[in-house]
Design a protein around this ligand. Structure first.
Ligand code: GCB
Length: 591
């Protein structure tokens, strides 16, 4: 590793003065492409079913030759613990993770521990010091450890707890597996004393021929200059930072190729301050709504989508590699999709980046799901923090066009306030992308599903979930189901579907057969054609069967939600081809 060599060359054996401490919850933009040391691999672990234990003590350097006989089990990081050991399959509690590593400290550098995600709560200890805590299972977090990092041997301990709680987001009950653990990559990032912590680079909203953005510095930034380069566009511009460490810029490219599903063009963008630099691949595109339509780069689009959970495509728990993301997204492309809904929580940065490379637009969501305790301030704080972390992480991704703040939440004043505040926050953080929420379309008046949920007033785009032919009506009755939308806004049919066990064949009237699921798709497509001319997109439920503990039928479900178009082993069911054919039709003629 070049950075290790650099560290070796510069190693000086004194610790540097205390640097600015990153506040808890602040995200280091683009950790993946920074200098550093990836701490993935096998970690030693110790279970704590009663959740107690002294993490600080456990992270104290041990005497030479001493053995810790409580840390003998091992788990792969990144990875969920449930699928790595039989005794952990249903485990909900705490696990202490421990990792020893050697590091040559460079006194001219600062060090940040970056966690891609830990579900749900993480407490971090390094060399006998408490470093910090984080709540929320699907977003990254960072702690500066410049002072606590030792030159030579280091001991890092992370206590991860996945006990469900009422005020957590999601709350106690949800339809997916509560995978615990250090589920995403861990990295020790090395940055300059003054470094670019965060940035935004995008098409300028006022003048779409321009590229504009900003960088945020951390450290001593007075009088510093930030250089922005986009070599392919021959852009190089230096700007002086202002008093708060922020530097804004605007540049005019010649012949800019916009990002779209057909041409997912990305440009290398390099940001430099002194000896600290960060590089990203960024796509430029616009997204807006107009007269009830969604416009990508000024042109009306129909979102041909599919829902997916973040599970390994061939079974085996949370996915951990870019290849697994490409397999899932490849199946979406094979279906004819230009869009994916990453349900119901922020998927990994890797997933969003792969979608971007492959030309898939993304609906990103926080797990404000079902019966959240909307009266509870802690629940709100948890949701808002997650939202902030998601938007911060993905604000430079052209693929992300929609931020969703909720799925199937029942109308109430408290919920309207809660989600209203989240939507307001979303617009503050990102005034450009569109906001949405998946509503449960449950009101029926004389054979017509009525969408008049007051949340519709607050979002840019409406998502509607409705399982005609599965949770109500016979499939053949679906084409007659009418729709009345009380808002003049774009609508995405965000969920419909049916369960089928792959390989279970029978009559199309027999539930759980592939034929029944195929019939539900046919009849819902009939309904879309006859009753839903207002639609701007759709994401049926769901690409692949996924694990869920609330699916206990041992013959059919076996802890899996069976609404996948593919089995958990990646075998296509009949309905896959029905949707594929419809998406072909849609692609051929504009909807
Ligand atoms: C829904 C939920 C989704 C469930 C699905 C189902 O409405 O949004 O998370 O998995 O229904 O299969 O019941």
């Amino acid at each position: 590793r070049t950075n290790t060599m650099v560290a070796l060359l510069f190693a000086l054996f004194f610790s540097i003065g205390s640097a600015d401490v990153l506040a808890e919850g602040i995200v280091l933009q683009n950790a993946e492409n920074r200098e550093g040391f990836v701490l993935d691999g096998l970690w030693n672990v110790r279970l704590a079913p009663f959740r107690g234990g002294n993490g600080k003590g456990m992270s104290k350097p041990m005497k030479p030759g001493a053995k810790d006989e409580s840390f003998v089990d091992r788990l792969a990081v990144p990875g969920d613990w449930n699928t790595q050991a039989e005794k952990l399959y249903y485990y909900e509690g705490s696990v202490f993770y421990k990792r020893n590593f050697k590091w040559k400290k460079n006194s001219a550098k600062r060090y940040i521990l970056h966690f891609g995600a830990a579900n749900y709560e993480a407490e971090v200890f390094l060399n006998g010091n408490t470093i910090g805590t984080h709540k929320g299972g699907f977003t990254p977090f960072d702690f500066e450890v410049t002072d606590e990092l030792l030159n030579g041997d280091n001991t890092l301990v992370v206590k991860v707890t996945n006990q469900r709680k009422k005020e957590s987001i999601p709350t106690i009950r949800f339809d997916w597996w509560n995978y615990g653990g250090l589920t995403r990559s861990v990295k020790l990032v090395e940055v300059g004393e003054t470094f670019i912590s965060d940035y935004s680079v995008a098409l300028d909203q006022n003048d779409k021929r321009m590229i504009s953005g900003w960088t945020q510095l951390d450290g001593k930034y007075q009088g510093k200059e930030v250089t922005v380069e986009i070599p392919e566009l021959k852009i190089k511009k230096s700007v002086t930072v202002s008093d708060n460490g922020k530097a804004e810029f605007i540049v005019k490219p010649k012949r800019l190729e916009l990002w779209s599903p057909e041409t997912p063009k990305l440009y290398t963008v390099r940001l430099t301050v002194g000896d600290d630099k960060v590089e990203d691949k960024i796509g430029f595109r616009s997204i807006e709504t107009k007269n009830g339509d969604i416009l990508l780069n000024g042109k009306k689009v129909f979102l041909r989508g599919i829902n997916l959970h973040e599970e390994a495509p061939m079974g085996g728990g949370r996915l951990t590699t870019a290849e697994e993301c490409r397999t899932l997204l490849g199946w979406a492309k094979e279906l004819g999709c230009n869009f994916v809904r990453l349900a119901h929580y922020p998927h990994s940065e890797m997933m969003v980046r792969e979608a971007e490379r492959m030309g898939l637009m993304v609906w990103a969501e926080i797990p404000v799901y079902w019966k959240i305790d909307f009266e509870n301030e802690t629940a709100y704080a948890n949701a808002e923090q997650m939202l902030v972390e998601m938007v911060q992480r993905d604000r430079n991704r052209a693929s992300v066009i929609l931020w969703s703040v909720a799925n199937e939440t029942r109308e109430s004043e408290a919920r309207q306030r809660f989600l209203g505040n989240l939507l307001k926050k979303t617009k503050e953080l990102d005034p450009v992308r569109l906001t949405t929420a998946a509503l449960e379309a449950f009101k029926e008046v004389d054979g017509v599903r009525v969408i008049d949920d007051p949340l519709g007033d607050l979002v840019d785009v409406l998502g509607v979930n409705c399982y005609c032919g599965w949770y109500f009506r016979k499939p053949t009755e679906c084409p007659e189901l009418g729709w009345e939308i009380k808002f003049d806004k774009p609508v995405i049919f965000s969920e419909f579907g049916a369960g089928a066990l792959q390989g279970h064949y029978g009559d199309k009237s027999e539930k759980w057969t592939e034929e029944y699921q195929e019939e539900v798709y046919r009849q819902n497509i009939g309904m879309i054609k006859e009753q839903m001319p207002f639609l701007d997109g759709m994401t049926p439920w769901i690409l692949v069967d996924f694990r869920s503990p609330i699916r206990p039928n041992r013959v059919i479900q076996n802890d899996y939600n069976r609404k996948g178009l593919l089995s958990e082993k990646g075998v296509r069911k009949k309905a896959f081809y029905v949707l594929q054919k419809f998406y072909q039709e849609l692609e051929e003629k504009a909807f």
